[in-house]
Design a protein around this ligand. Structure first.
Ligand code: PLP
Length: 529
C-alpha cells in the first residue's frame, strides 16, 4: 500500500483496531487467569457469565442451540470463540504492523532527505483538513497567525463532550453536569500548567484574547487609572490591545504613550525604558509581533515596569502557541491568549492574572455564575475566576482547548519552537531572495529569533491581488490587509501587506511551493506592464 502524508485516517484506524484487539485479548486473559486461580466450579460459572455477556453471541439461533450445552461445553465454546477472534485480530494486527512499518520507513526516508526536519510531516497527518484539495491541488495553509487548524484530538474532545456529557457547568448535581464541570475545570488546570501559573484560579476563560484585554481594561483599568496616569504601548500592537485602552483613556483621562520602532523594525525597548516614570501605571505589549515577527524581551520589560511600580499586560497571542511561555519566570501581571491560534476551538481564550490582582478587581460583566448573593438593590460577587465568567461559558470549547494543550504538550513546546525557528529562517531567506520583495521586521539574528511568519510587499502588486492569485491559481492561503495593525502599517508607510505565517505542521516543502507560486504570481502581474 502506498503511503501519502495526507493518509490521515490511518493512525486513527490503527488506534481503533488496537483498542478492540486489546479488548479481545483481555477477555481471553481474564478467562485464563480465572482458570488458573479458582477452583473448577467457580471458574465455570464466571466463564459462562462472561460468555453470555459477549456481543458476538447475540445470534438467537446460536443462543437457542447453546441452551442445550453443559456449562463445561459453554466454557469450551467461549474460549474457542475468543481464540478465533484472537487469531483474526492477530492477522489484522500483523497487517497493521506492516502498514505502520511502511509509514515509519517513509518518514525515516523523509527525515534523511530533510536532515531531521520532519515534525511537520509527522503532525500534519493528524489534521483532517489537510486531506482536502482545492482546484485539484493540496491546500498549503500559511495563515496560521490568523487561526490554526485543529487536530483530531481536539475534534474528538468536542465531539465526546457534545455526544456523551453535554450539560451546563457549576449548576447541576446530576451526573452530566458534574462530569461537564470536572472536565471544564480540568481544562482550566491544563491551561494553568501549560503557562506555569501558580494556581488554576489565575486563569479566567474568556471568548478570546480580545475579550480578555477588555476585561483588564474595564475592570482593572477603570478602577486603577486616573487623569495623568500613563499607559505605555508600542506602535506594533494589535488593535485589540490598543482600542480598549483608548476607551479607558477617554473615560479616566489617562494618557497613552506609544513607543516606535528601531531601524531594524523592532519595537524600541530602550526608548520604552526611557519613558517609564512614576506616572506609568501599565505597559501593554505583545510578546511576538503578528506583523514584524519580532520577539520582545518580556522579562526585562517586566523588571523595568516593576521598578517604577507599573503593571504589565502581555498580549501572548502569537507566542503561547509557538514557544514555552512561563508566566512565573516572566513575572508578568496579566497575559492573554486565544485558543483558536493554538490548535483549539474558536470561542474561547484566556486571561492569566496574578491572583492578588484578580481578587482586588471588580467584575467585568454581570449575570449568573459570577455572584455570591443577589438582593433587589445590590449583589455580592464570587471569587475569581468565577467573578469574571458571567453566564454559561463556552464549555465544550474550553474542554477542546484543554485537549489542544495536551496535544501541544505531547509534542513539546520546545520542540515546536526549535522546529519553527528553522522554518522561520528558511521562509525569511527564501522570501528575501525573490526580486522586488520587501519583508518587514528584523532579520533573524543569533540572539533573537524571528517568529515563523513574514509580512511583505511586492513592488507594484497589491497584496490582495497577490493573495487572491495565490489562492485561486495555487491553492495557497496567505493573508493580506493590515492584520489588525493599522498604526504599524502607517508607521511603515504602507496601507497593507501580504503575510505568510507558519505553524509546526508546515514544512519546507510548503515554503518552496509558496515561493514557486509567488514567483509565478509576480510574473503574471509583470506581464501586464
Ligand atoms: C498579536 C495579536 N493580538 C491579539 C489578537 C486578537 O486575537 P482574537 O481575535 O482571538 O481575540 C491577535 C489575533 O489576530 C493577534 O495576532
Amino acid at each position: 500500500m502506498g503511503i501519502t502524508y495526507s493518509s490521515l485516517g490511518h493512525k486513527t484506524e490503527i488506534e481503533k483496531l488496537r483498542k478492540s484487539l486489546k479488548q479481545s485479548e483481555d477477555l481471553v486473559q481474564d478467562l485464563q487467569e480465572e482458570l488458573e486461580m479458582k477452583d473448577a466450579s467457580t471458574v465455570k460459572e464466571l466463564a459462562v457469565e462472561d460468555y453470555e455477556s459477549v456481543d458476538v453471541h447475540n445470534d438467537s439461533y446460536y443462543n437457542d442451540a447453546m441452551q442445550t450445552l453443559s456449562p463445561e461445553q459453554k466454557l469450551d465454546d467461549s474460549l474457542r470463540h475468543c481464540d478465533d477472534e484472537y487469531c483474526d485480530r492477530n492477522a489484522e494486527e500483523e497487517s497493521l504492523r506492516k502498514i505502520e512499518a511502511e509509514l515509519e520507513a517513509e518518514l525515516d526516508r523523509q527525515n534523511q532527505i530533510e536532515g531531521g526536519f520532519y515534525l511537520g510531516y509527522v503532525e500534519r497527518i493528524k489534521f483532517a483538513i489537510f486531506n482536502f484539495e482545492l482546484n485539484g491541488k493540496r491546500i498549503v495553509y500559511l495563515d496560521n497567525a490568523a487561526t490554526s487548524q485543529k487536530p483530531a484530538a481536539v475534534l474528538n474532545a468536542l465531539q465526546e463532550y457534545y455526544e456523551t456529557y453535554n450539560s451546563n457547568v457549576h449548576r447541576g448535581i446530576h451526573y452530566l453536569s458534574a462530569k461537564a464541570t470536572d472536565e471544564y475545570e480540568l481544562a482550566r488546570q491544563k491551561v494553568a500548567n501549560f503557562i506555569n501559573a501558580s494556581e488554576c484560579r489565575e486563569i479566567v476563560f474568556t471568548r478570546n484574547a480580545t475579550e480578555a484585554i477588555n476585561l483588564v481594561a474595564y475592570s482593572w483599568g477603570l478602577s486603577n487609572l486616573k487623569k495623568g496616569d500613563e499607559v505605555v504601548l508600542t506602535v506594533a500592537e494589535h488593535h485589540s490591545a490598543i482600542v480598549p485602552w483608548q476607551f479607558v483613556a477617554q473615560k479616566t483621562g489617562a494618557v497613552l504613550k506609544f513607543v516606535s520602532l528601531t531601524e531594524d523594525e523592532v519595537p524600541d525597548v530602550e526608548k520604552l525604558r526611557e519613558i517609564l516614570s512614576s506616572q506609568t501605571k501599565l505597559i501593554v505589549v505583545h510578546h511576538v509581533s503578528n506583523v514584524l515577527a519580532s520577539v520582545l524581551p518580556i522579562d526585562q520589560i517586566v523588571s523595568w515596569a516593576h521598578d517604577v511600580g507599573a503593571k504589565v499586560l502581555v498580549d501572548a497571542c502569537q507566542s503561547v502557541p509557538h514557544m514555552v511561555v512561563d508566566v512565573k519566570s516572566l513575572d508578568v501581571d496579566f497575559l492573554v491568549a486565544s485558543s483558536h491560534k493554538m490548535c483549539g476551538p474558536t470561542g474561547v481564550g484566556f486571561l492569566y492574572g496574578k491572583s492578588e490582582l484578580l481578587s482586588a478587581m471588580p467584575p467585568f460583566l454581570g449575570g449568573g455564575e459570577m455572584i455570591s448573593d443577589v438582593y433587589l438593590d445590590h449583589s455580592t460577587f464570587a471569587e475569581p475566576p468565577s467573578r469574571f465568567e458571567a453566564g454559561t461559558p463556552a464549555i465544550g470549547e474550553a474542554i477542546g482547548l484543554g485537549a489542544a494543550v495536551d496535544y501541544l504538550s505531547g509534542i513539546g513546546m520546545q520542540k515546536i519552537h526549535d522546529y519553527e525557528v528553522e522554518l522561520a529562517n528558511y521562509l525569511y531567506d527564501r522570501l528575501c531572495s525573490v526580486p522586488n520583495v520587501r519583508v518587514y521586521g528584523p532579520p533573524p539574528s543569533k540572539t533573537v529569533n524571528r517568529a515563523a511568519l513574514c509580512s511583505f510587499n511586492v513592488e507594484d502588486v497589491h497584496p490582495t491581488d497577490l493573495a487572491t492569485f495565490l489562492d485561486q491559481q495555487h491553492s495557497i492561503a496567505i493573508r493580506s490587509g493590515h492584520h489588525c495593525a493599522q498604526p504599524l502599517h502607517r508607521y511603515l508607510g504602507v496601507n497593507a501587506s501580504a503575510r505568510a505565517s507558519l505553524y509546526f505542521y508546515n514544512t519546507k516543502e510548503d515554503v518552496d511551493e509558496f515561493i514557486r507560486a509567488l514567483n509565478d504570481t509576480i510574473s503574471f502581474f509583470a506581464s501586464f506592464k
